[in-house]
Design a binder for this molecule. Structure first.
Ligand SMILES: C[S@@+](CC[C@H](N)C(=O)[O-])C[C@H]1O[C@@H](n2cnc3c(N)ncnc32)[C@H](O)[C@@H]1O
Ligand code: SF4
Length: 376
């Protein structure tokens, strides 16, 4: 089973923290739609397994397109691939795009999962982050989506934001857990190079939060999620039973996927490939029948380290038998040996053949993963 990712490289406004590829001029929107369709046709053979389990519209802001246009992309996929009977089709949407009219049209499409970017429910945080919507707009968008029949909704939140106190974070969590949603992605703020936040930090106008505050906010998140019946299935992801993101889980389990659109990544078990992060050059290349991607052949060590990074992030853990089968006896023994000290320190527990981070280990995940990495 495979996945397909569409990157929609447009936003109406730049958020201060975000370094995902996008343009804020929407003038090339229609030409881009044509190019996304062309690329899908040009690269359909990239995936040998033609059964599609998940389609994900990410960005950027997919909701800059009308639902009918999103459906046109899904229809092209259906021409070249077969759909799994439980196909998950997710669309990221910004709250202010989800008007009743938009939701009513979206409900007619095959999109069956919405990921709504809320980030915070405090006006001062939203202003600092340069978000386009208010807190009430965000809550209304979720409620309206539910009224229009969407029953698989994820929301994005960011913590570790300067000015977000523990009590403000607690209010955010209490409000979103009351919304009867199925999934939450909560990310710690990363100050990314080239963003407005990075410029402010460099000029001394913004200071990063102290680690102690970050840890407290993460602890509170884990606690509240548990209280509300959510499973913590990946470091930043929480879900009601069975409602994990099938698309992202496939990434973490190293399943093949095809990424369409500027900056999109693809993986076919042997190599990683990524498209150019420039809308104009991307469209020129596609119109000439090329897709302007760069490739990286993965060595056995790269693939092993990728598996460590992706599997230990999740509640499914690292399967030792998979390690033995895919990478042989010596890397298997390396994992057993490395796990030993972490099991003794209660950072990792062994369930059957899988190594899984404990609640304590989750807080030390970066250090633990680094211990498992194989350096040649
Ligand atoms: C690529 S964005 C697309 C979502 C959609 N455009 C929106 O803004 O709601 C996906 C999510 O990544 C998260 N994100 C992006 N940049 C981040 C950063 N620097 N630190 C933490 N989270 C970030 C945000 O929560 C955002 O909703
Ligand atoms: S967070 Fe979303 S809306 Fe904001 S700039 Fe990034 S992709 Fe665009």
């Amino acid at each position: 089973m495979s996945g397909i990712y569409f990157h929609i490289p447009f936003c109406k406004q730049l958020c201060s923290y975000c370094d995902f590829h996008k343009n804020i001029s929407l003038s090339a929107k229609n030409e881009m739609l044509l190019c996304l369709k062309k690329e899908l046709v040009q690269r359909a053979n990239y995936l040998t397994d033609k059964n599609i389990r998940t389609i994900y519209f990410g960005g950027g802001t997919p909701s800059v397109y009308r639902p009918q246009q999103i459906q046109e992309l899904i229809d092209i996929v259906a021409k070249y691939f077969t759909f799994h009977h439980e196909i998950e089709i997710t669309m990221e949407a910004n709250p202010d795009d989800l008007s009743p009219d938009y939701l009513s049209d979206l409900q007619q499409t095959s999109v069956n999962r919405l990921s709504i970017g809320i980030q915070s429910l405090h006006a001062d945080d939203l202003k600092l982050m340069n978000r386009r919507h208010s807190d009430t707009q965000a809550i209304d968008a979720v409620k309206k989506a539910q009224e229009y029949g969407f029953d698989n909704i994820s929301i994005d939140l960011i913590y570790g934001v300067p000015g977000l106190t523990l009590s403000k974070w607690e209010q955010n969590l209490e409000t979103v857990f009351d919304l009867d949603i199925q999934h939450i992605s909560a990310y710690h703020l990363m100050i990314e190079k080239g963003t407005i936040f990075a410029q402010k930090v460099a000029r001394g106008k913004l200071s990063e939060v102290e680690e102690e505050i970050s840890i407290k906010q993460f602890q509170l998140l884990i606690e509240k999620a548990k209280e509300n019946g959510f499973q913590h299935y990946e470091i930043s992801n929480f879900c009601k039973e069975g409602k994990h993101s099938k698309h992202n889980t496939a990434y973490w389990q190293q399943k093949p996927y095809l990424g369409i659109g500027p900056s999109a990544h693809s993986y076919n078990l042997k190599e990683r490939e990524w498209n150019i992060s420039n809308n104009k050059k991307y469209m020129q290349a596609i119109n000439q029948g090329d897709c302007f991607s760069e490739k990286e052949q993965l060595s056995l060590t790269d693939r092993f380290n990728d598996l460590i990074l992706t599997s230990l992030r999740t509640a499914f853990g690292l399967n030792l038998l998979d390690v033995k089968k895919m990478f042989g006896e010596s890397l298997y023994q390396h994992c057993i040996k490395t796990a030993h000290q972490h099991i003794r320190n209660n950072n990792i527990r062994k369930e059957g053949d899988c190594l899984i981070l404990t609640d304590k280990g989750v807080f030390l995940s970066n250090d633990i993963m680094a211990d498992f990495f194989w350096i040649e």
